[in-house]
Design a protein around this ligand. Structure first.
Ligand SMILES: [Zn+2]
Length: 263
């Protein structure tokens, strides 16, 4: 177990002065707050290789579970949550043309989905070979493709200025090198290009109230716990300005929705 895990410095400011938050850390995993900037993150995440296997397993398992039987009550709860997610997802997806125009849009951590509609040309990066194959087939039908890679590596394979938009939907909380992804996206985007970001909101009232049982904690899948302030700082470091989409209800929202614009 120990051999699988590598410690990491603060992904926001690179300081290596972490303070373990015992109340949020299960025995094997260290959720820490950076003494330099306050950023909360998982200090000992699994490496990409382990993640590849785990993610493939997890996504497959979740897909199967949705189709399979369950108790009526848990089934109803899961269905309501799924419907809620779909409605919120579609509301956001309808705004992609407004944000990205009709050009090339890269979805990092896309699984086997194509979130954008024509005439946008879809591109993706996916770490699980199973999902990448399916996404690649779908994206190629519309003139794009999906790379098999970790996001922080794959995003640097795009030509500078190639993209009009990037989607980081429930992705950045999984990425051990979030700043490197944002810097790579800044390079791959045209001037004025945008990134849509959706991440769990560590600053939410719900996290303060329910503590360790907060829905945003997923060990060891989630490795970064952003607040609107820390997301803004990291975005600005990478060369973006940030606008909150859910500013009005941010305090009560378990997620941060933001639009980053390349300077
Ligand atoms: Zn820090």
């Amino acid at each position: 177990m120990t051999a699988l895990r590598g410690d990491r410095p603060c992904p926001a400011c690179a300081a290596d002065r972490p303070r373990r938050i015992d109340g949020y850390s299960p025995p094997d995993w260290d959720v820490v707050a950076c003494d330099g900037c306050g950023f909360v993150y998982l200090r000992n995440p699994p490496p990409y290789e382990a993640l590849r296997e785990e993610l493939a397993w997890e996504k497959t398992y979740v897909t199967k579970k949705k189709k399979g039987g369950s108790t009526p009550l848990s089934g109803l709860g899961a269905r309501l949550r799924t419907i809620g997610r779909r409605i919120r997802g579609r509301t956001v997806e309808k705004r992609y043309p407004e944000w990205f125009g009709t050009g090339r849009v890269l979805d990092i951590g896309c699984a086997d989905r194509v979130r954008t509609a024509p005439p946008i040309t879809p591109y993706g990066i996916e770490i699980s070979a199973f999902f990448q194959g399916r996404a690649d087939a779908r994206m190629r039908q519309r003139g794009g493709f999906c790379l098999l890679a970790a996001g922080a590596e794959g995003v640097w394979q795009f030509e500078p200025g190639f993209l009009d938009g990037v989607i980081l939907h429930s992705y950045l909380e999984h990425e051990t090198q979030p700043l490197r992804v944002l810097e790579g996206a800044a390079r791959a985007l045209k001037p004025g290009g945008r990134i849509f970001v959706r991440v769990p909101n560590y600053g939410s009232a719900n996290r303060r109230i329910v503590g360790r049982k907060w829905c945003g904690f997923r060990h060891p899948d989630h490795v970064n716990y952003f607040t609107a302030a820390s997301l803004r700082r990291m975005s600005e470091r990478a060369g973006f300005s940030m606008r909150l989409i859910n500013r009005a209800n941010l305090w009560f929202d378990d997620n941060i929705l933001a639009l980053l614009t390349k300077a």
